[in-house]
Structures are given as structure tokens and as C-alpha cells.
Design a protein around this ligand. Structure first.
Ligand code: 4AD
Ligand code: MG
Length: 432
């Protein structure tokens, strides 16, 4: 009499089938081989006569390295994503998360390959910083001060002179400002590291700790920047289909029957390029025709994800690069257009995701940049080094940031960003 063990070492979605001739093994040892147990098998690899696999292993020796009792939460039945999030320390062992994290690795390799092949240098920007790149005030503070005994000045402001860095410091929200310094020296660079945002948005697309890829290129204008963004995403998607097909196919069949088709769709389409003002017109027409949005649409509004997805999924039915946003809703460093109202921003909007990339051509003119910094009351003492790039041999340059987990949402078809990073950090959650 024979029995079968489905064994998996984590290297692929596919199990190897172990054929066990029960008469050759100790019954008590076999009882220890339960779901989740760790075993070592020696035997002969043979062609399989059964369907479902080409080869199997005829076991000669089996050793139980780690038994797994029946309190193991990952029994063979299906589990909800919510439940699996509560056991994030074990979920990489499931076939779904194995697939997601193998794809995550492969995407990181693809990103380095893409930039390296094009002569970009991988530049490391600081994690701890004293400047707020996006100016959105969403920074996590870093301090060694005794929070029970904070010294304050006569206005009630905390004194940081005696803090570790001698000033107020935070975790970075973006490596862009330092990336710009590097681009004006090395030509073309990219960063790829963790970024942190204390935005209290409990959505399926926001993390408090996420990874961002930020290329920055001297002499690129916004058109070059759009070309780079489009080539970059397509390269990553192609890479997933070429190198992770088993895992992508598994996710397609298990969760999202349209996944592979959507990935191939993106490769075949040219992205729409559209000014923000035109985008607003399309949305306003949709509203006039009776389409209901939760949030209002008008020129000047910061588009909500429902607006972005309407343009991409319903109107154009392909990715859209929206450009030339009102300056009020974008960061201080973006190049100002002649109209005095808009800046040379570009957001890449994707089906199911909404914004996947945010970027711009940068304001290269010292005086214009200074004026904007003053208008926005950005403290100059934090910015002198950045302004030096515009003082000493300034040049046109552009760049963007791709949210790594947003890319992974697209490539894996997962619907919650908490499920494409091993240990998600979100409001009120820093477990594991
Ligand atoms: O649009 P953002 O805020 O742009 C910047 O940070 C620029 N400094 C980038 C640059 O020009 N170098 O963020 C860029 C991208 C977004 O398009 C989104 O994909 C992702 O980062 N992102 C987030 N991903 C997960 N969770 C969050 N809270 C995110 N915030 C932004
Ligand atoms: Mg953005």
C-alpha cells in the first residue's frame, strides 16, 4: 500500500510528490508527517505514471526534522486574507504568499536590471532626514529625547538642540531631493528604498512603510520622463510574465481570472497622455451624463482614486499619464508652466490601482524655485543645500517615484496592499 506526500521547499509554487510505500516505514514516524511538518526525504526521482506531475520521488528514507502539531493555523482549508494577515509570521508558507513574495523578489531584480542596463547608478539616499520632500507634513519623528521630560522654549516649542542630531529629524517620505543632487552629478540615478508616511489613510492602497523607486535624470524633460516611466513599467510587467509565469498563473487561476490578460494588455497599449485640464473635462461630462462620484469634480481638485479609475477603466480602457496639474495640489519643486497656474507634473494611472507613479520635470530656475518656497513658507534653513543645485550649474531634469507595492498589486492581482509586503505597517498596526 502506498501513500503520497506533497512536499514543497518554497522555491516554486509546484509541490513534488513523494511516494511512500507504507510497509517500508515506521508507522509512528509516518504519523508525525502532518500539514506543516518539515521532513527530509531521500529516494529515487522517477517518471510519474499519475496525472498532475511529470516526476515524483520514490521515498527510501524519511526523517521528520520538525513535527507540527494540530494547533498549526494553516490547515489545508482555504483561509481569508484577513485571517492570514493576523498570522503574517506564518503566511509566507501558504502557496499564495509564496507566489507573491517570489514575484516581489523578481520585480526587485527586474528594477535593478532595467536601470543598470540603461546606465543609471543606484544611489543611496538617507532614511533619516531633516527635510520634508513632499511638504505634506506626514513624517515620523526620530528622536532619542526623553518623551517624559521635554524641554521647551518660552513659546512652548520643543528644543531639539540636545537631541541626537541636534535638530528635529524624521524618517524620509522620499529620496528625491538627494536624488536630484546625484542626478546633477552622475547624470542618471535611481533610488530604491523604504519610505515612510504617517498619513492616516486606512485604504487598500496605502502603507505607512512602503518601498519606492525614484529615477532622476539630468537633461530629461517631461516627455522623456513619460517615456522612461512607460518603458520601465512595461519592462517590469514583461519580466513578471517571462520569469514568474507559474506564480502569476497560479494567482490568475485562484483569485483574478483577468490578471494575465490585464498584464498582456498593458504591454500592448500605448499609455494615454492627457493634461489634467482635459481629464477634468471628461469627468465633468461624465457627471453631466449622470455618472455618480462620491467626491466632487472641478478644476483644481486633487483627484480621488474613483476619478482616476474612471478615466483609466471606463473612459480610455488603458493606462493614462495625466500631466500639468494645478500647482496648488502639487509639491514645491515642480517646474512651473507659462500659464502661471499649472506645473509640469505627471501621474501614471493604472487599472485597479489608480496612481502608480508620481513625478515631474523639476523647476531648474533658482528664482522661480525660491519664490515658490517662500509662498509655501518652507523653512529655508532646511533647503539651502537643495537650492545649491540651482545656483551652481543648474540643468533641466526630471524624475518620478514608483510605489513598489502598487506595482506589485498590479502584477499579482492582489486587491489589498497589505498582502504584497511581508509585514505591513498601517495605522494602529505594527505587529511582527
Ligand atoms: O506621488 P508621490 O508622493 O511622489 C513622490 O514622493 C515624489 N518625490 C516622487 C518623485 O518624483 N521622485 O509618491 C510616488 C508614488 C505614488 O505614485 C505611489 O505609487 C507611491 O509612491 N505611494 C505610496 N504607496 C504606498 N503607500 C503610500 N502611503 C504611498 N504614497 C505614495
Ligand atoms: Mg502622488
Amino acid at each position: 500500500q502506498v501513500n503520497f506526500i506533497a512536499l514543497n521547499d518554497g522555491s516554486t509554487i509546484n509541490n513534488v510528490q513523494i511516494v511512500v510505500d507504507l510497509s517500508n516505514f515506521d508507522e509512528e514516524m509516518l504519523k508525525l508527517i502532518t500539514t506543516g511538518a518539515c521532513i527530509s526525504v531521500n529516494g529515487e526521482l522517477t517518471e510519474s505514471i499519475g496525472s498532475g506531475q511529470a516526476a515524483e520521488i520514490q521515498a527510501r528514507e524519511i526523517e521528520v526534522l520538525g513535527a507540527c502539531d494540530n494547533t498549526y493555523p494553516l490547515q489545508k482549508k482555504g483561509h481569508t486574507m484577513e485571517f492570514l494577515r493576523e498570522i503574517a509570521h506564518l503566511r509566507p508558507r501558504t502557496n499564495t504568499f509564496g507566489a507573491v513574495f517570489r514575484i516581489r523578489h523578481n520585480m526587485a531584480i527586474a528594477i535593478h536590471k532595467f536601470f543598470h542596463e540603461r546606465g543609471f547608478f543606484y544611489f543611496h539616499t538617507p532614511i533619516i532626514t531633516a527635510s520634508d520632500c513632499e511638504g505634506a507634513g506626514q513624517m515620523f519623528q526620530v528622536t532619542t529625547k526623553n518623551l517624559y521630560d521635554l524641554k521647551k522654549d518660552e513659546n512652548g516649542s520643543i528644543i531639539y538642540d540636545d537631541d541626537f542630531f541636534g535638530k528635529q529629524a524624521s524618517l524620509t517620505v522620499s529620496g528625491q531631493l538627494e536624488g536630484e543632487l546625484a542626478a546633477t552629478a552622475l547624470g542618471a540615478i535611481y533610488t530604491f528604498g523604504p519610505t515612510f508616511r504617517a498619513e492616516n489613510s486606512n485604504t487598500p492602497r496605502h502603507l505607512a512603510e512602503f518601498w519606492m523607486i525614484e529615477p532622476e535624470v539630468a537633461f530629461n524633460d517631461i516627455i522623456d520622463n513619460m517615456d522612461l516611466a512607460e518603458d520601465f513599467i512595461k519592462y517590469c510587467v514583461q519580466w513578471a510574465l517571462d520569469n514568474c509565469y507559474d506564480d502569476v498563473k497560479f494567482l490568475n487561476d485562484m483569485f483574478d481570472k483577468g490578471l494575465i490578460e490585464r498584464l498582456q494588455g498593458v504591454l500592448n497599449e500605448t499609455f494615454v497622455r492627457l493634461p489634467y485640464t482635459e481629464g477634468i473635462k471628461i469627468l465633468e461630462e461624465a457627471v453631466a451624463k449622470g455618472h455618480k462620484f462620491e467626491f466632487p469634480v472641478y478644476w483644481g481638485v486633487d483627484l480621488a482614486s474613483e476619478h482616476e479609475r474612471f478615466l483609466v477603466e471606463e473612459h480610455f480602457k488603458r493606462p493614462v499619464i495625466l500631466t500639468d496639474y494645478p500647482k496648488e495640489i502639487k509639491a514645491f519643486y515642480m517646474k512651473q508652466n507659462e500659464d502661471g497656474k499649472t506645473v509640469r507634473a505627471m501621474d501614471v494611472l493604472f487599472p485597479k490601482i489608480g496612481e502608480i507613479i508620481g513625478g515631474s520635470e523639476r523647476e531648474a530656475d533658482y528664482n522661480k524655485l525660491m519664490t515658490r518656497i517662500e509662498e509655501l513658507n518652507i523653512p529655508m534653513k532646511d533647503m539651502w543645500w537643495y537650492l545649491d543645485t540651482r545656483k551652481f550649474g543648474s540643468c533641466p531634469h526630471s524624475g518620478f517615484g514608483l510605489g513598489f507595492e502598487r506595482l506589485l498589486l498590479f502584477v499579482t492581482g492582489m486587491t489589498n496592499i497589505r498582502d504584497v509586503i511581508p509585514f505591513p505597517r498601517t495605522p494602529r498596526n505594527a505587529e511582527f
